[in-house]
Design a protein around this ligand. Structure first.
Ligand code: ADP
Length: 263
């Protein structure tokens, strides 16, 4: 019987090893596909502005440079497209860094309230046509293991969206509260809202509900994907609740840091 048992055990190990190898190969394949998708998304996004600038330069080269109006219009449009490309490239770098964030080594501890207050104060000046409110429910300072500039960046993306996608009712409402062992930051607007079928996809890279409008508002569909990657890297969560025509609320959540217990 020993002779029969042994080969079976031996085969099982080989089989396990094979499975591990298969899983590794699947993961590698998945990463390769993700990389290919990224390159293809990026190429697609850059194709339009490149084509526009090329079109203008060709026009100027043929005859346009002799007409001051055409010349001026082509230069203005080309500069606008180049700015778009610049933003796109910069935000892609941010996204790539967010994907590779290594926050495990020495996490920076940040008190949440001063960061929100600063962003709130700064963005109020950027959007003076909005009416702003901020509800702070915290009764004591709360800290999170998130780099201050990253927390700031997350808030700026969400508040910037709230302003971009607001329509008649120009109000932005921020809220800060504890939710159990988490701290929650809410950014609410009363703008166009997001349809239920788009809600899951707004966090996808380059996804925009309304491409034409997003182009006019200078969007590139990267903001929320940066938020999602960055929040995940810090062990946080981001959620959205929205109703078409009445507005949206985005909620960021991070685990609250507790001071180390000394025994
Ligand atoms: P964008 O650069 O287009 O704003 P984001 O990744 O930040 O890219 O957002 C993706 C899409 O989600 C936007 O194009 C818009 O359609 C939708 N969206 C994001 N925030 C809001 C909001 N506060 N209200 C309504 N729609 C929003």
């Amino acid at each position: 019987t020993d002779d029969r048992v042994k080969p079976v055990a031996y085969n099982k190990e080989l089989n396990d090893l094979g499975q591990v190898q298969n899983q590794t190969m699947d993961k590698v394949q998945g990463l390769i596909y993700a990389q290919q998708d990224f390159v293809s998304d990026v190429s697609h996004e850059l194709r339009t502005p490149v084509a526009i600038v090329k079109g203008h330069l060709e026009l100027l080269n043929r005859w346009g440079k002799d007409d001051p109006e055409v010349l001026e219009d082509s230069i203005r449009s080309s500069l606008a497209e180049i700015s778009r490309m610049e933003t796109l490239v910069n935000e892609m770098l941010v996204l790539t860094r967010a994907e590779n964030l290594n926050v495990t080594s020495q996490p920076e501890i940040t008190e949440v309230l001063p960061i929100i207050e600063r962003v709130y104060h700064d963005l109020q000046m950027v959007h003076p046509d909005f009416s702003w409110t901020f509800d702070n429910d915290l009764d004591q300072p709360v800290e999170v293991a998130v780099r201050a500039d990253h927390l700031e960046q997350l808030l700026i993306i969400l508040i910037d969206n709230a302003s971009k996608y607001s329509t008649d009712r120009k109000e932005i409402h921020l809220a800060l509260a504890k939710a159990g062992t988490w701290v929650e930051i809410g950014v609410q607007d009363f703008g166009q809202g997001i349809a239920a079928e788009d809600l899951d996809r707004v966090f996808d890279r380059f996804y925009r509900v309304d491409k034409a409008r997003a182009h006019r508002t200078g969007g590139n569909g990267l903001g929320l994907s940066i938020v999602k990657k960055m929040v995940a890297a810090y062990g946080g969560q981001v959620q959205v609740e929205s109703a078409l025509g009445s507005g949206s609320i985005f909620r960021l959540r991070f685990p609250i840091c507790r001071p180390e217990k000394t025994e």
